[in-house]
Design a protein around this ligand. Structure first.
Ligand code: ZN
Length: 232
């Protein structure tokens, strides 16, 4: 059915959450077997907050380097299939909640990263840009040549999303003839509200587990995303 739906669609939007990357070995820090039962004194939501970043910068980077950066992760079958779909002209955009950059690593071109990316980092003092290697290779707190702290361009708790990104994402969804939502439980804002902008009748939810929004979808597939996409 999914194959048939994709076959007859020419303006597909893919919206993906953490589940898109789990098959690449990147754990969802919100899931039960994610980062909760770990050695840190604070829950991930606290450490990954704007407030914590400025007050406990060193502790933030310790956690960040250890739990948010996975340099050996490689694109999985889902990433690869999405590249094919984009090249065929059917897929217009990937909207992702992930910050790992795996879609681009796979070869996707049009990607909206609503939560930012670990690959972009900016000095909070002078605005100079730094790559991921610089963050990995610097000790403790990464510092700019001007002396300022370098902050990853990822949206932390307590920070607002980039409005222009959200607007672009919503525009794509409004005009889509097919919307594939995958690897997200649709509990995190703005994921839940995004699907309300879709006007068509080909909303497909692909998630390993059931979600609270399954009833809004025209089709629900509860299975591993990579496996499903590989069969398309
Ligand atoms: Zn600087």
């Amino acid at each position: 059915m999914l194959k048939k739906l994709i076959g007859e669609s020419n303006n597909i939007v893919f919206f993906g959450g953490a589940g898109t990357s789990t098959e690449s070995g990147i754990p969802d820090f919100r899931s039960v077997d994610g980062l909760y039962n770990q050695k840190y004194k604070f829950p991930p939501e606290t450490i990954l907050s704007n407030d914590f970043f400025y007050k406990n910068t060193e502790e933030f980077f310790k956690f960040y380097r250890e739990k948010m950066i996975f340099t050996s992760a490689v694109p999985n079958d889902a990433h690869k299939k999405l590249v094919e779909l984009e090249e065929s002209g059917k897929l217009k955009v990937i909207i992702t909640q992930n910050i790992d950059g795996l879609h681009q690593k796979a070869g996707s071109k049009n990607v909206i990263e609503i939560h930012g990316s670990i690959h972009r980092n900016t000095c909070i003092q002078c605005g100079k840009k730094y790559d991921l290697d610089y963050i990995i290779n610097s000790f403790h707190i990464p510092k700019c040549e001007c002396g300022g702290i370098i902050k990853p361009d990822v949206v932390l708790y307590g920070e607002s999303l980039d409005y222009s990104n959200i607007e672009r994402a919503i525009n794509y969804i409004k005009n889509a003839d097919m919307l594939i939502v995958a690897g997200t439980s649709l509990t995190v804002y703005p994921a839940a509200s995004f699907i309300e902008y879709y006007k068509g009748n080909k909303l497909v939810l692909i998630n390993k587990d059931k979600t609270s929004r399954d009833r809004y979808a025209n089709y629900v597939i509860n299975d591993y995303l990579g496996k499903v996409m590989n069969e398309v």
